[in-house]
Write a new protein. Structure first.
Length: 376
């Protein structure tokens, strides 16, 4: 079970399930839904030992779900005996007279799944049901209810995040749509927003042939389920393996935040941007970031501790070297102001720094009135 903090990391940049337009009755059910209290009421038909085993097994006491072996060792019972008690307890809960709140929860889950293409990421299901407040116990209670209700199936597949779907749903619809999305991204070889991705998917024969099976919510929802496709912290979609989606190191992270920030920054600010983006649980430190910026050719030092991306047109080198490039490109002598203007497009420095560079008589010669040329 993911804890409360981890559950929200990816959800911050993707289309939140809580944006669903809910009817008044459904909204009221969500606001009043208390899975922990529901389970406590349902467990009244079980003996204390059976309750204890289920609580430990499914993490209903707020801890991680325990293995059969661990529970058996604690209760001095065999692993197989614990499995048997669990199976019998679940059967008893399923066969008892339907609890009114469980019936309402079942209908609510069914409605939400139907709205979103019949399959949803587990974290999104939890977020939807616990809109009035989340705790680890409540989260575990939601998953237990999903496990208990036989009309819901757990999607266990290496290519997908933990998800749930309605029994009877044709999983090939999900598989085929993810294949379509990955083909679009692979062909474009660039990140894009989800609107652009869906627009391109809708132009393809597969979607046009099976359009009745896919609504807008379903398509957006499928993106969050797949492990092959991912949002980066800035809301762009791409293949999970891309460094523009899943940066591998500090250099990749710095490149991505600067590309989004779209202007040169001091390395301490770049460090702050990296940490604010929350790519992962690792903290970036300014010394490490600075060292990476120095050695990575994607970055250019343009001022005192200030870096830009080389793809923005910035050239490496000291101010005198930049002046040399300016004069070479011009192909003629330039005035001090003309040189100043061009250099300041490449470097964030004081004007006096440019003048100091221009005073290098081994490189530059004053010609005509207030014009400079390269020393021949």
């Amino acid at each position: 079970m993911n804890n409360q903090n981890m559950a929200g990391e990816e959800g911050a940049v993707r289309a939140s399930i809580l944006d669903t337009i809910l009817g008044a009755e459904q909204l009221s059910q969500l606001q009043n839904f208390d899975p922990k209290a529901l389970i406590t009421s349902m467990f009244e038909v079980l003996d204390e030992r059976s309750q204890n085993i289920l609580r430990k097994r499914y993490g209903l006491d707020g801890t991680e779900g325990a293995t059969l072996e661990a529970i058996g060792q604690e209760l001095n019972l065999t692993r197989e005996r614990i499995r048997q008690i669990e199976k019998e307890s679940l059967k008893k809960l399923r066969e008892r007279k339907r609890h009114p709140q469980l019936t309402a929860a079942h209908q609510l889950l069914t409605n939400v799944l139907n709205e979103h293409g019949s399959v949803m990421h587990e974290n999104d299901m939890i977020a939807t049901l616990l809109m009035s407040g989340r705790t680890s116990q409540q989260e575990s209670a939601v998953v237990f209810i999903l496990e208990l209700e036989e009309s819901f199936e757990k999607l266990r597949h290496d290519d997908y995040h933990p998800s749930w779907y309605l029994r009877g749903f044709d999983l090939s619809l999900l598989h085929e749509m993810i294949d379509e999305m990955t083909e679009v991204l692979d062909t474009e070889a660039a990140t894009m927003n989800d609107d652009e991705l869906l627009h391109k998917v809708k132009q393809r024969p597969h979607y046009q042939k099976k359009q009745p099976f896919y609504n807008e919510k379903a398509l957006r929802n499928y993106i969050t389920i797949s492990k092959k496709i991912k949002y980066n912290p800035f809301g762009h979609v791409g293949l999970s393996a891309w460094t523009s989606i899943s940066p591998k190191d500090v250099g990749d992270k710095a490149f991505l935040v600067m590309k989004h920030h779209n202007k040169p920054e001091h390395y301490s600010k770049i460090t702050e941007l990296i940490n604010n983006a929350k790519f992962d649980n690792k903290t970036a430190y300014k010394e490490t970031v600075h060292n990476e910026l120095i050695k990575d050719k994607r970055f250019v030092l343009v001022g005192r501790g200030i870096y830009a991306l080389s793809e923005w047109g910035y050239k490496p080198g000291i101010v005198a070297e930049i002046i040399t490039e300016v004069l070479k490109k011009a192909g003629k002598p330039l005035t001090r102001d003309e040189i100043m203007n061009e250099v300041l497009k490449q470097r964030i420095v004081k004007k006096n720094t440019v003048l100091v560079g221009l005073s290098n008589k081994k490189r530059f010669a004053k010609v005509e009135k207030d014009k400079y040329a390269l020393v021949q």
